[in-house]
Design a protein around this ligand. Sequence first.
Ligand code: SAH
Ligand code: SF4
Ligand code: F3S
Length: 472
Amino acid sequence: MAERTSAEERLIQLEYIEKLRSFYESRITAGNAPSYHIETLGCQMNVKDSEKLAGILRDAGFVFAASEEDADLVLYNTCTVRENANQRMYGRLGRLQYLKKQRPEMLIAVCGCMMQEPDEVACIREKYGFVDIVFGTHNVFRLAELLYRRLTEEKQVIEVWEGTEEIVEDLPAVRKYPFKAGVNIMFGCNNFCSYCIVPYVRGRERSRESREILHEVEKLAGEGVKEIMLLGQNVNSYGHTLEEGISFAELLRMCASVPGIERIRFMTSHPKDLSDELIAVMGEDRKICDHFHLPLQSGSDRILKAMNRRYTREQYLTLVEKLRKAVPGISVTTDIIVGFPGETEEDFQDTMDMVRRVRYDSVFTFIYSKRTGTPAARLPDQVPEDVVKDRFDRLLRLVQETAAEALDRNVGKLLPVLAEEKNRREEGMLTGRLTNNLTVNFCGGEELIGQIIPVRITENCGFYYLGETEGR
Ligand code: SAH
Ligand code: SF4
Ligand code: F3S
């Protein structure tokens, strides 16, 4: 736990960044800066944490290495939402051990959600002594200090906190795109869905003060960022832990009013906390993107209850109806888990029925993973693997059909697209994003990247579009 205040912590970490810089400068020959490589697994929270880790390392004088082979410091930012993720991670560590035998000076750090599990940390301590640094999700901002300790103390450094009240603001970060950025608005989760490990590894819900969030959004806008993604495990309950009495809808409106910001998105929302106020704000404020990711998880009321989701299919359908009324053409997407313990064919048909009714633009489908440490892992009636696989395949086929049909509604329209990058497969093509989060490939030069331009949607390719810019 933090024994320093957030403000003290920030200053101390900035000092450690400088100490690291001097440490390496005194040892580097011929301008060879130390290099780092980060592997990020899991969700947007981890992506954002990795940007913070990269920011600390950049300011400490490190340069980015494209692969583990070339890096002086390799970081694994782990995810533990599914049971088999842990096995994969140990496999990768095994390969790193081989690299480290060839280059003993290479440093290895493991952090992220998996490191919040005491059994995993014990396993690293006992069997993976070659790992140099271990830390968790609550103290990512301490990387410089931990690395400095490892370099000066010459022994494995392990520091994992069970939780924290403090939020350390205003430390450096590296962003992948100059024109769009994620901004944390809350940390942790209090929902305890019965299958999910996240509340245990990310801790209790804490919201950032709105003035800190606005300050960050303004700073980003000043740096040329046009699109902001507000991040949290359940953004709809933003503000519940704050004294200032602010709702997510109010925060959204405030962020959207920052000059220079042209688009605002958010991720993720829990249906039980989706308010009429938020729906109204989405309808009114055109800077808020026409996209709502609303995880359904299951279409069966019985299973939803066992999952501890605290809404019914009817309530969910009403929300979708309200959203579509307030924001015509809005893209609704979701997450669905197949094979939760006790799921019958009838329950599964209820899920299929919801997919037909809602007509999602895309669905992330997951096979239920019996995650040790969650209440659902102890339930009887785990569904046999072959039954789950068959249901999963049927769901996937249905989702592909309904999504392809749903996407037809935009063909022929001239829509604003944020050009994001060169198309990975076709030379001369760019990939951009509509406000509804769907991607469009179109012909265009690199100079358009980072701009919002009108693109005529010409073809629906199932889960993305082809388009053409006009008069260019
Ligand atoms: N806070 C977000 C997402 C958290 S994890 C939310 O509530 O929607 C992302 C997704 O992983 C979840 O929506 C869920 O569909 C899936 N997931 C979580 N635990 C799982 C498990 N044990 N097995 C399979 N999928 C799981
Ligand atoms: Fe997990 Fe549920 Fe929290 Fe999402 S809302 S992170 S699924 S416990
Ligand atoms: Fe994974 Fe942690 Fe996100 S467990 S899904 S990286 S919050």
